[in-house]
Design a binder for this molecule. Structure first.
Ligand code: NOJ
Length: 745
């Protein structure tokens, strides 16, 4: 660190900005320091700050040869991804600060998507908890572990609204709804970044992918996106705005094109919306090789032109393209790119490095002792256990087949029963597969012991080998209940994992059918591990209970066993619609009415917006999720039937736990703006609350709405309009409105 202090001291003393350990973080102070530093930098060094290459530990995209260590030594690298651990990052940081002319520290970024070492449920699953405190806490824990391993920056949260379960990356988002995704955006940003970025346990968040990525045609990854202002402004942009308002420091470009212009070259979204309209001050990083891909998109003749387009569009940092590295200097020298654009990008990046305190102490994040202390801390594992439990969704529970009781013998069958590899899901950062993970078998064992578990794998996830069927049948005959653990493997969701078939893969369903035929008198419980909504129509008709557990994470086995045995009464609600069949996709609850909606009393009426071979309704709607108890909603009351511009409308409901277990309920508030200058969805979530009610007791839940809750983009601006609104409080999106009020302006 000696040489580093001298270098930085020279830089700052030149501009009378003395450096001390109580680093002053005031923004203008930091900008002065950035400007001082930049006045010493060559154009090449400034460009260097905008370049990020992989550290090659992990592969998260096509292989690119970068000669990254030479670049680092030459002071021409601003950031690295895919390398971590206190030791390794320190080694690399030492090169940056001790062997380069100006000693500018580099940033280490990584995909910390649902945990770093301690892995939480996949994001779609965690969204099903509707528990913002828990989501924020998981991001905080991830930041603590990751920062101790030298990381400063996560490429998360992914805020792409997902309405097409064919798209593999639906697993990384918060589902189909804008309101819920907005809340999750804020919780993640707060969790990762904390309230002070200069602390050594907070990291930069990165809202991605800007924008429209979730609307890829046909659910095929990286595919084309065409959408009008209504959908863009009212559905796809708001979660990013929520993240920006919550203080997110970085954004990532999307791979897709948007209305003919690839996102990475899209000035409208980055300069006009993000910078000018929203006032975003942080920096924009491209997705992996996305600048070069402007050529494949057919938007740039060659990589040099792509480089010019990207920086002009508002991109600051180039992840893996090598575009800024190879072409930016020449573009500036030829007068094609204004040097001020490079200055702006460099300034934004350096500003954040200062904010992180890296100029105060570049090694503050690489502390091997802290790394040992916080990694897999027992309280973190305990927290992940709770997250797994609260994220599971009880889709079906005929005859109260769940919970299990300790005196029963169960046949535990399926390819994922003993699995410790898939259970942590895709994008599991540095989480140990196998080693640390707790399988569903391990979890159930803690309640039943080995003696009461009859285990058979039965079949594999993907192939058609039926040699295990017979054993599964014989064991099932000896058991009180059959518990199946089935689903997708972790490679079947995430990036580049789109499917045209969203059924449970392989012959798993055939095994269920066989068990149902051969052992008809036994209850069958299906525990599902998967990264997307699946078409479960067939399984729904075969089994008694379905518990959706997503990929529940490192301690998933314990958390799910807690649910199976009723220690945690399931409370998760779907953040996304489960279709009846793939032909209904895209399907989501807050659709528009159309000019020919289907009449409830006669859904098959001719010349209506319906299918001739399937109902419009989903198998399991958005917001659906059962409990071992029952909740009854009554006495919905509104504080007024007419409200004005500055009024607050209070809506309350009484909820009674009328069943036999204590439990949590996620209470949902929906509105319908009946007439708009731009048509409004038939239902829109506008609030939710997770409450706990003991059996036999009841609670009143109160929501408040003001005019700002009715705002929508009407083609020009965000406005609210007078008129009639319907309102409802319910336990899922499957309800009919019974109450209304008028907004009078
Ligand atoms: C490509 C993915 O689209 C993005 O989400 C991720 O952050 C980068 N690769 C880096 O791994």
């Amino acid at each position: 660190m000696g040489k580093y202090i001298i270098k930085v001291a020279i830089v700052f003393s030149l501009f009378s900005c003395s450096r001390n350990n109580n680093f002053n973080n005031s923004e203008s102070d930091i900008y002065n320091k950035v400007d001082s530093l930049m006045s010493l930098m060559t154009l090449k060094e400034k460009i260097g700050q905008t370049i990020m290459y992989s550290g090659d530990w992990v592969t998260t995209g096509p292989t690119v040869s970068s000669n990254n260590i030479k670049l680092l030594k030459d002071g021409n690298l601003g950031a690295m991804l895919n390398v971590y651990s206190a030791k390794k990052t320190k080694e690399l940081q030492k090169i940056a600060v001790e062997e380069t002319r100006l000693g500018i520290p580099i940033l280490f970024g990584y995909d910390i998507i649902h945990g770093f070492k301690t892995i939480f449920p996949i994001n779609l699953g965690h969204a099903a908890s509707w528990d913002m405190k828990d989501i924020q806490k998981s991001a905080r824990i991830a930041a603590d572990e990751a920062s101790s391993a030298g990381l400063h920056w996560t490429f998360a949260p992914m805020l792409d609204i997902g309405r097409d379960p064919r798209w593999g990356r639906i697993s990384e988002g918060a589902g189909e709804d804008v309101f819920l995704t907005n809340e999750i955006a804020k919780a993640n940003v707060k969790g990762f970044q904390g309230d002070d970025l200069s602390k050594n346990n907070t990291i930069l968040a990165c809202a991605k992918h800007f924008v429209g990525y979730g609307a890829a045609q046909g659910g095929r990854d990286y595919h084309t996106v065409n959408m009008g202002q209504d959908e863009l402004r009212n559905v796809y942009l708001p979660p990013f705005k929520a993240a920006v308002d919550a203080g997110v420091q970085t954004l990532m470009t999307a791979f897709n094109e948007l209305n003919g212009v690839p996102a990475t070259g899209n000035k409208f979204i980055f300069r006009d919306i993000l910078r000018d309209e929203w006032g975003f001050k942080g920096f924009v990083v491209t997705d992996y090789t996305a600048i070069n891909e402007l050529v494949q998109h057919g938007f740039a003749e060659n990589e040099k032109r792509a480089t010019e387009i990207a920086i002009k569009a508002g991109v600051d940092m180039d992840m893996m393209s090598g575009a800024n590295r190879f072409y930016l200097e020449a573009l500036v020298n030829e007068g094609k790119v204004d040097a001020d654009l490079v200055n702006d990008s460099c300034r934004r990046i350096l500003f954040i490095k200062f904010k992180l305190g890296l100029f105060d102490d570049p090694y503050r994040y690489c502390d091997e002792n802290r790394e040992k202390e916080v990694t897999y801390k027992s309280e973190y594992l305990e927290s992940a256990r709770k997250s797994a439990a609260i994220s599971s969704v009880l889709l079906k529970n005929d005859d109260n087949s769940l919970p299990l009781t300790k005196n029963q013998t169960i046949a535990l069958i399926g390819p994922l029963v003993k699995d410790k590899e898939n259970i942590i899901g895709n994008w599991a950062a540095a989480g140990d597969r196998n080693g640390k993970a707790i399988s569903i078998y391990d979890g159930i064992k803690t309640y039943l012991g080995d003696a009461k578990i009859l285990y058979a794998k039965g079949c594999n996830i993907k192939n058609d080998d039926k040699s295990g069927f017979q054993e599964a049948i014989s064991l099932s005959r000896k058991a009180d209940k059959i518990v199946l653990v089935m689903g997708e493997d972790y490679h079947m969701s995430g990036e580049a994992a789109s499917r045209t078939n969203i059924k449970i893969p392989g012959i798993q369903t055939e095994l269920i059918k066989t068990l149902k035929e051969e052992v008809p008198d036994k209850k069958i419980i299906l525990i599902l591990m998967n990264g997307r909504p699946l078409d479960l129509s067939e399984e729904d008709s075969l089994v008694d209970s379905i518990l959706e557990i997503w990929f529940p994470g490192t301690i998933g086995g314990f958390g799910i066993a807690d649910v199976l045995f009723g220690v945690y009464n399931p409370s998760g609600k779907l953040p996304i619609t489960f279709p009846r069949n793939i032909g209904q996709v895209p399907i989501y609850y807050n659709v528009k009415n159309t000019g020919r909606p289907i009449p409830l009393e006669n859904p098959n009426e001719d010349y209506k917006s319906n299918y001739i071979d399937s109902p419009n309704t989903p198998l399991y709607p958005f917001g659906h999720g059962l409990s071992y108890t029952t909740f009854e909603y009554s006495d919905i009351s509104l504080s007024s039937n007419i409200i004005g511009e500055s009024d607050i409308l209070s809506i309350s409901v009484n909820i009674t736990n009328s069943g036999n277990y204590d439990g949590h309920e996620i209470v949902q508030l929906y509105i319908h703006d009946k007439v708009g200058s731009i048509t409004r969805p038939v239902k829109e979530l506008k609030g939710f609350s997770k409450i706990f009610i003991k059996k036999g007791e009841n609670k009143t839940v109160n929501f408040q709405l003001t005019c700002k809750d009715f705002k929508f983009f009407n083609g020009k601006d965000f406005i609210f309009e007078p008129g009639e609104f319907e309102v409802a409080i319910a336990g899922s999106s499957d309800f009919s409105f019974m109450h209304s009020f008028e907004l009078k302006l």
